[in-house]
Design a protein around this ligand. Structure first.
Ligand code: ARG
Ligand code: ASP
Length: 685
């Protein structure tokens, strides 16, 4: 009954949009937005976006490698995503002799494409609202088992609106994915972590893969006999360009937003969690950077680790700034007060705000312990490796199996490990742990151990001097009583306790989340002006808006389109992040842009990146940016850092996503990569 009501209210609410361009919509329900989309310049129909009866744009979108999005651009399985999404794969295939990260990689024929072990992409086959089936008593496992249509299929049921609605998602996963092309990092990661989350931006953040299938076009593990996969649908690529005010739509897999949480949850993020994580990561980054500056080897080894530590670190800084600027906490407090006034006469809702507050009070300290542990002791690589070794030992049936598995685990770990970095990080992080952790959470065994070694500094050195895990050769018989394993195991209770609060967000801990179910129902009854869309949870979504600049500061307007001139302005051979390939300098010097040149901002140039108002989040990287005709105009890769509070509050005046213009992608493939042959399998318009 309640559920019926809910679906009814959803239909009428979703027609109302409070905030232009806010929202990440479920593709199967996009019909409710089509009128609004068409009024902004979309020309297609709902079933062009999502259909289970015919090929639709959804068949051209994939979840890439677990955390990103990618899109097909040819009938032969050619796939685009971001350079930073392909980064791990490119690094995995690189060595000092074949440094594809630095110099790029271009397969000049199918035979040269490089298989990437472990990489997979998943396509959404269909989605279905199963709320009523579950309410009628069907078992989750049965629904999931029924939904899988054979090998290569997987299914899951995901909650929307804190469990008020449940959707079944059926995926097909392809495991033979090969690297086709990647620009040098000086293009693909141009601006590095300095420009990350920043506009104006000039990053050619793309890489190219190809999905392979068996002779029946079905998923298969790598084999020489596999053939390029024929997707049901691939994107037509527009070479006509974008301009301010143009309609844009993004189709992808955003990971995590919390738009409906109460002020207590925002307060925790803005005042406790983010600041703690930022401070700890600042220290880790300083250590890594100092060592990277000393050695080219360490620079490559820690490139990927550094990028991922720095990425969230900067995002959190923008998030705190944005939440403070918007006054999200006090706005939400006022909202909650109004809600409570409305709910006072409704016994089923009247207590909700108090109940949520009490639940947060009970679980927040534990959630903080989890986050602090993860960012401090849990950030020490040797500790994590020690835990993996211990785990492997307990899982191995005999010494011989253990020895074999251990040596490959060890080799893999050591490949990208610097003990100098890790030891320095351990010193800092263990001290932070002691300083910040509530006394009763500090393991007694740990206190005893360092007191016996005359203090924390000498104890940490003792661990690193005496462990055998980090030797060049690792021996089974020495592992049993290793000091690093012993140390790691002192934190077992914390890890066990952490597991009980190990949910996506503080508000998803069951003791809190259970109040969000009725709260969401109540909000829909009460706040009739608000457009409700489910929080991001790595399921496929559509967001739409327009290409748009914004007022960055008083009298300082940021244009939505950047050009190759901006790359040249930043170019500096002495700064690693801004040292572009000579070939790009040469092309610029002659303005030899071929078919990719055009008048922009009154100059003859090549477009590079553009801003739009699409509501995106982490996971949207690599997502296709589509024009009103459904053609590909760019690849999403970032937001401005001032936008990142959009994971909790979207502000249409300032929130902008950043995409690499598809024409720059084509230009780089063609003119820098010399792989123009790839363009002939695309449909360029
Ligand atoms: N900020 C973007 C996202 O959150 C891109 C990150 C990769 N780039 C980098 N320089 N670390 O993932
Ligand atoms: N760069 C992000 C990603 O990797 C996208 C974002 O957070 O805007 O998914």
């Amino acid at each position: 009954m309640i559920k019926k009501l809910l679906i009814g209210t959803l239909m009428c609410f979703s027609l109302l949009s409070a905030n232009a361009d806010e929202g990440m919509w479920l593709p199967s329900l996009i019909g409710s937005r089509i009128k609004d989309m068409r009024s902004k310049g979309f020309r297609l129909k709902a079933e062009d976006i999502y259909s289970i009866n015919k090929a639709s744009l959804k068949d051209a979108v994939v979840q890439f490698g677990g955390g990103c999005t990618g899109e097909f651009v040819s009938a032969e399985g050619l796939l685009l995503t971001n350079h930073h999404c392909g980064y791990g794969s490119i690094q995995q295939l690189s060595s000092v002799e074949h440094d594809y990260l630095t110099y790029g990689f271009w397969a000049m024929s199918r035979g040269e494409e490089l298989p990437v072990p472990g990489l997979s992409v998943s396509l959404l086959v269909r989605m279905e609202d199963v709320t009523e089936r579950l309410a009628a008593g069907e078992k989750r496992e049965d629904i999931i088992a029924q939904a899988k249509q054979g090998d290569g299929y997987s299914a899951s049921i995901e909650q929307m609106y804190y469990g008020n609605q449940q959707f079944l998602f059926v995926y097909q996963t392809f495991r033979d994915v090969r690297l086709v092309g990647a620009p040098p990092s000086s293009i693909g990661k141009f601006g590095g972590d300095t420009d990350n989350w920043i506009w104006p931006r000039h990053t050619g953040d793309f890489s190219i893969f190809r999905v392979y299938a068996d002779k029946d076009n079905k998923p298969a593990t790598y084999s020489k006999e596999n053939k390029p996969y024929t997707p049901k649908r691939h994107f037509t690529v527009s070479t006509k360009g974008v301009g301010e005010g143009d309609f844009t739509m993004i189709y992808g897999f955003p990971g995590n937003t919390q738009e409906y949480v109460t002020s207590d949850a925002v307060k925790y993020v803005a005042e406790v969690s983010d600041p703690m994580k930022i401070e700890l990561r600042t220290q880790r980054l300083e250590i890594i950077e100092a060592e990277q500056a000393k050695s080219a080897k360490v620079r490559i080894q820690y490139a990927s680790k550094h990028a991922s530590i720095a990425n969230a670190w900067k995002k959190w800084q923008g998030e705190v700034m944005g939440l403070n600027r918007l006054g999200t906490v006090s706005k939400k407090q006022a909202y909650e007060q109004e809600f409570t006034t409305w709910a006072a006469s409704k016994p089923e809702y009247a207590h909700l705000i108090d109940s949520m507050r009490a639940a947060y009070k009970a679980v927040t300290p534990l959630y903080y312990v989890r986050e602090l542990y993860t960012e401090s002791v849990g950030a020490i690589e040797a500790v994590n490796f020690a835990l993996q070794v211990a785990n492997l030992k307990s899982r191995s049936k005999d010494d011989k199996t253990f020895a074999n598995a251990l040596s490959s685990l060890h080799a893999n770990f050591m490949k990208n490990y610097s003990v100098d970095i890790d030891r320095a990080i351990a010193h800092k992080m263990i001290n932070e742990f002691l300083k910040r952790m509530p006394e009763e959470q500090i393991p007694a065994a740990f206190t005893k151990a360092y007191e016996e070694k005359c203090g924390i500094t000498s104890y940490i050195d003792y661990l690193f001097d005496n462990t055998k895990l980090l030797d060049n050769e690792i021996k089974v018989e020495e592992v049993a009583n290793d000091v690093m394993i012993e140390f790691a195991q002192m934190f077992q209770d914390i890890r066990k306790q952490n597991a009980t609060v190990s949910y996506r967000n503080l508000s998803n801990i069951p003791a809190v989340e259970k109040w969000y179910r009725p709260y969401m129902q109540a909000l829909r009854e009460w706040d009739k002006e608000r457009a409700f869309y489910p929080d991001a949870n790595f399921t496929l979504r559509v967001a739409y808006g327009t290409v748009a600049g914004y007022e960055y500061a008083d009298a300082e307007y940021h244009h939505p389109v950047s050009t190759i001139d901006g790359i040249i302005a930043k170019d500096d051979p002495n700064i690693y992040d801004y040292d572009i390939p000579q070939s790009l300098r040469d092309i610029y010097a002659k303005k030899d842009y071929g078919r990719w040149g055009e008048e922009i901002h009154g100059r003859y140039s090549v477009p590079v990146c553009f801003l739009a108002t699409n509501h995106t989040s982490g996971g949207n990287s690599g997502s296709p940016i589509i024009n009103g005709k459904g053609e590909l105009i760019g690849i999403n890769f970032d937001r401005t850092w001032r936008s990142t509070m959009s994971d909790m509050e979207f502000d249409p005046t300032i929130c902008r996503n950043i995409s690499v213009d598809i024409r720059y992608v084509l230009f780089v493939i063609d003119r820098i990569g010399g792989a123009g042959y790839l363009l002939s399998e695309m449909d360029l318009k």
